[in-house]
Design a protein around this ligand. Structure first.
Ligand code: DAK
Length: 257
């Protein structure tokens, strides 16, 4: 594993996955996502593990999918690779997933946190779906989970302007479970995990499945549409311009083409 680290130093029942591409603010490239998917599969099948934590570092949980890896792709490339189908496997994890978030949780990073069952955040956490600023739209639940969780008006504003919200706002909106000082966010997540790990692991998994079922009844259709639309954005010049402008550290000029 190159881009994630897995350990269970806190407790034999709790596994911690740390996203580890610090220089790139944990941008989620293909390899990182595959490693994450594979690690989750192993931990989900390990009878000793009851709760899985996913974290980044103090500066970033994850600043989104890797823009540099996507920038030159065509719509057909994106559709063929279907690189993000790993996300479907991640959300099928039976054991509870807790995201311990500090710093940026943006785009795919915010979506990864939302794919988890609960989110514990540091006061410095910032959540956002800024894809619109690079000429695309959220592609892994940002238009669906976010809207179901915080409501249409707030989700629409976040998705159409790309604005970030603070940990406190995320808490007020019901997006996250807890906000704690930065030096305590991992500890707070571990403590929540320990409480859950003290319950029947079977009941916990059944309960998780049931809660998610109520939440996701019509989600599949939404996610399918969202993914196709994400790939469709790669047919536009604006996607190329948005991503290239990011890489060149300049303001994007959009033409609506
Ligand atoms: N991709 C690639 N590199 C990134 C990155 C990203 N998302 N975010 C940051 N980096 C890199 C920067 O390019 C920079 O690299 P160097 O220039 O040093 O080589 C380094 O990380 C440090 O970043 P900054 O210099 O920009 O740091 P700042 O503190 O000034 O700014 C920032 C931090 C987070 C505000 C800024 O880096 C930023 O705006 N980042 C991009 C955020 C973003 O737009 N995220 C959304 C990406 S699109 C799907 C599943 C998922 C997705 C789509 C589909 N399906 C299932 C279909 C997800 C899409 C996305 O997430």
């Amino acid at each position: 594993m190159e881009f994630i680290k897995v350990n269970n130093a806190f407790d034999t029942h709790i596994a911690l996955i740390q996203l580890s591409r610090p220089k790139e603010l944990n941008a989620l490239n293909l390899q990182l996502m595959s490693e994450l998917r594979d690690a989750l599969k192993v931990l989900d099948n390990d009878d000793n593990v009851r709760v899985i934590l996913i974290t980044g570092n103090e500066k970033a949980f994850a600043a989104g999918a890797d823009i540099k890896q996507m920038a030159g792709k065509t719509m057909i490339d994106m559709w063929k690779i279907d690189q993000f189908s790993t996300w479907d496997q991640i959300r099928r994890t039976k054991k509870p997933l807790i995201a311990a978030v500090s710093g940026f949780a943006l785009g795919g990073g915010c979506e990864l946190a939302m794919t988890c069952d609960m989110i514990v955040a540091s006061e410095t956490a910032k959540f956002g779906q800024p894809e619109i600023k690079i000429g695309v739209i959220p592609g892994a639940g940002g238009t669906q989970r976010l809207t179901k969780t915080i409501g249409k008006a707030r989700a629409m504003e976040m998705v159409l302007t790309g604005k970030f919200i603070s940990a406190q706002e995320a808490l007020d909106y019901g997006l996250i479970n807890k906000v704690v000082p930065v030096e305590l966010y991992l500890e707070a997540a571990v403590s929540l995990a320990k409480e859950i790990a003290s319950m029947s692991p079977i009941a916990v998994q059944l309960a998780k499945e049931a809660v998610n079922r109520s939440f996701e009844t019509h989600l599949d259709e939404g996610l399918t549409l969202e993914r196709k639309n994400f790939y469709l954005a790669f047919a536009s010049e604006d996607q190329k311009e948005g991503m290239q402008a990011f890489i060149e550290k300049r303001k994007a000029v959009y033409k609506g083409k």
